[in-house]
Design a protein around this ligand. Structure first.
Ligand SMILES: N[C@@H](Cc1ccccc1)C(=O)O
Length: 515
């Protein structure tokens, strides 16, 4: 059998125990100079958790020469080299001769400047350089040599200066001062982590050493559910609607008839929004039934309403001349994926027209909804074929456009969006119509945040709502404010099959809004 060697084989922890046996305390940087400090720490922690060693960490800065510093340590500073070259040339040297003697233009350029400042050299009458002293002391060279041999420098200010001159850099060195612990031994005892049935049966538990609990260990990361940012912004918006006295509309159907999605809203049947390029039509079944009551308590006369809608489009009614085209019932029954939640608002307003308040007239109402809509869009960074619409409707007597603007200020103000601007716009179902803009500080420009207007008499009177009942309506996408609040520039990162689940887990429930 081979004789035991000086350095014991085995893992680093065992090597530490053997080194400590010979020499305690020991300094890890001396005992294990080549082993990275993280590895040494791992071994020490293993031993320290068993009380076999105690250790303290020592941080120290080591000074190391940069290549230029090394050059100075070997050949002298630039200024000293210039001086030495001139000292042996009694007549002085021109700059070219000096460069030739030293063989490095850069050394001459920097060195002669410094040598002048030190008054080591001067110029002759005919413009040559000459030595101005018998001898000089090359302090920089001495400094470099000190650092080379001691890896440190006694004068911290000077060291900082040398670092600035890029002659020296410093590097943090972590080492450990290690001592024997209470349970020091040359071998790491086996420790049991669990009390097993076998240990109880054999009785080995009586002599076993158990590993202590590590109460500082962090638990495993728990994967838990997280709300999608759209859901977070949606619940903020619902809260705003509720505190302003709105009722939530039931929007639990994606398929609508053309009647509710378009005709009831006075959107003419030739309107480009009704093209297949803009709207998804259902192919099977193609057509809806006639609009009708969905629950028995609904006693409204849907046939009369249908006739009114037809009349107001085709021939004009309620003081409107209408669009004057042959209105098609078939077109109106076509099933579509709803292009806006305004289809639901129309349905709700029709139901409101049937209600009687204390004065026998339909009572004022405030409705909202936040749900999905579908448009046949080319998908890009800001458009998807499906998104969510936030929609609000206020019905009351003698409302004015000024009232709508006042309301918008309050509503958007609650979302932290202020200084609204309005632009005239066109919707078939509102008159006047206004796009709502707000100045976005982050983007440095006005951004469109919504569309609004006062629903047309053609639409409301067909439903049987009284002439003096006015209705505000407005809509915005849920994605737009969410993207602004979460700083997302591509809508596909927010919604659809490309969404990264980590984005959901890491998006905060509470934000510091910059908008
Ligand atoms: N339906 C409109 C929003 C809107 C609703 C109600 C009134 C006016 C506008 C849209 O899709 O943009």
């Amino acid at each position: 059998m081979a004789a035991p060697t000086e350095t014991p084989a085995g893992d680093l922890a065992t090597q530490v125990l053997h080194a400590l046996d010979k020499n305690s305390p020991l300094l890890s940087s001396e005992a294990f100079p080549a082993i990275p400090s993280t590895e040494v720490k791992g071994a020490l922690d293993r031993l320290a958790s068993r009380d076999m060693v105690k250790y303290e960490t020592i941080d120290r800065e080591e000074a190391i020469l940069e290549p230029e510093g090394e050059q100075i340590a070997a050949n002298g500073s630039h200024e000293a080299r210039v001086f030495e070259a001139l000292r042996s040339a009694v007549e002085g040297l021109t700059i070219q001769e000096l460069e030739k003697t030293i063989g490095d233009k850069n050394v001459v350029k920097i060195g002669q400047g410094r040598a002048f400042r030190e008054k080591w050299i001067s110029k002759t009458q005919d413009g040559k350089f000459k030595a101005a002293k018998e001898s000089i002391k090359d302090v920089t060279k001495e400094q470099m040599q000190t650092i080379q041999s001691t890896k440190s420098y006694p004068d911290a200010k000077m060291l900082a200066d040398l670092k600035k001159r890029k002659l020296v850099r410093t590097q943090k060195i972590i080492s450990f001062k290690v001592q024997k612990g209470d349970k020091f031994a040359l071998k790491i005892p086996e420790v049991a982590t669990d009390l097993t049935a076998d240990m109880i049966a054999s009785g080995s538990w009586k002599t076993a050493t158990f590993k202590g609990y590590n109460f500082k260990a962090l638990g495993a990361d728990q994967q838990s559910g997280a709300l999608h940012p759209l859901n977070k912004v949606r619940s903020e918006l619902r809260q705003i609607f509720f505190e302003m006295g709105f009722q939530e509309m039931a929007t639990d159907k994606f398929v609508e008839s053309g009647f509710w999605n378009f005709d009831s809203l006075f959107v003419p049947q030739q309107h480009p929004a009704r093209d297949m390029q803009d709207t998804f039509y259902v192919s099977d079944p193609k057509l809806a039934d006639m609009p009708r009551a969905e629950d028995p308590s609904d006693k409204a006369d849907y046939q009369a309403y249908w006739d009114n809608v037809k009349a107001v489009h085709q021939d004009g009614k309620y003081g409107s001349i209408g669009y004057r085209y042959p209105w098609s019932g078939e077109e109106s029954k076509k099933l579509v994926l709803r292009t806006h939640t305004t289809a639901i608002s129309a349905n709700m307003l029709y139901k409101l027209a049937q209600q009687k308040g204390p004065d026998g007239r339909p009572p004022p109402a405030r409705y909202f909804s936040i749900d999905r809509v579908f448009r046949n869009e080319t998908v890009d960074a800001t458009h998807l074929a499906e998104f969510h619409q936030v929609e609000g409707v206020i019905a009351d007597y003698d409302l004015t456009l000024g009232g709508l603007m006042e309301f918008m200020d309050i509503f958007f103000g609650k979302m932290g969006i202020t200084d609204l601007k309005y632009k005239c716009a066109y919707n078939p179902y509102t008159e006047p119509s206004m796009e709502i803009f707000s100045y976005h500080k982050g983007l440095g420009k006005l951004v469109e945040i919504g569309n609004s207007g006062m629903f047309r008499a053609e639409m409301l009177e067909s439903m049987g709502l009284p002439k003096d009942m006015r209705v505000f309506g407005w809509g915005l996408s849920l994605e737009r404010p969410t993207m602004i609040k979460y700083g997302i520039s591509n809508i596909r990162e927010l919604l659809g099959h490309k969404v990264d689940l980590n984005f959901m887990r890491n998006s905060p429930a509470v934000r510091l809004d910059k908008a």
